[in-house]
Write a new protein. Structure first.
Length: 167
């Protein structure tokens, strides 16, 4: 199949996005006219106009004018790294860990870091597992037996964890 330039998505630079905003504000150009002039879809122009304040703040903050993408916040990266460190420690102690346990630990870590809007969704868990090449397999056999200290520690912790729940 030959390469067709029209089927490729074109991303506008920060400079182009500011130009779109200025043309829309000053000349009252329509979304359709702007899409045609910049050779992008109407949806992309609409999204630029919706994020007008963010884009103009980036422009005035003197960010890279040729940047085409805004990268996600780094808070998720911090939570991800700390969750993975915890996961490695738990697995090295032969503690079986499931998806819901990882999600709960990630929420706990996010709260400790002060990220109240962090959501450890199933999608987040899938990306976490994929990026760290984690598969959920049963930990069994003599080599996977738990350390007695860990068992005793959990026997002490479990009643405190279950305090607020009814029987």
């Amino acid at each position: 199949m030959p390469f067709n330039a029209k089927t490729q998505r074109k991303r506008l630079t920060l400079k182009d996005k500011v130009e779109v905003i200025n043309m829309y504000d000053k000349k009252k150009s329509s979304v359709r006219d702007l899409a045609s002039k910049f050779q992008v879809g109407k949806t992309q122009i609409s999204e630029i106009l919706k994020k007008k304040i963010e884009i103009m703040n980036s422009w005035t903050a003197n960010e890279n004018k040729m940047s085409k993408r805004v990268f996600p916040k780094t808070q998720g990266l911090a939570v991800d790294n700390l969750t993975y460190e915890w996961f490695c420690r738990a697995r090295s102690n032969k503690i079986p860990i499931s998806g819901p346990v990882i999600r709960e630990k990630a929420k706990e870590i996010a709260n400790e870091l002060g990220f109240q809007d962090f959501k450890s969704s199933i999608g987040w868990l899938d990306k976490f597992r994929t990026s760290h090449n984690i598969t959920f397999k049963s930990v069994s056999g003599e080599a996977a037996s738990l350390n007695d200290v860990v068992v005793e520690d959990w026997k002490e912790k479990l009643p405190r964890i279950l305090e607020g729940y009814s029987k």
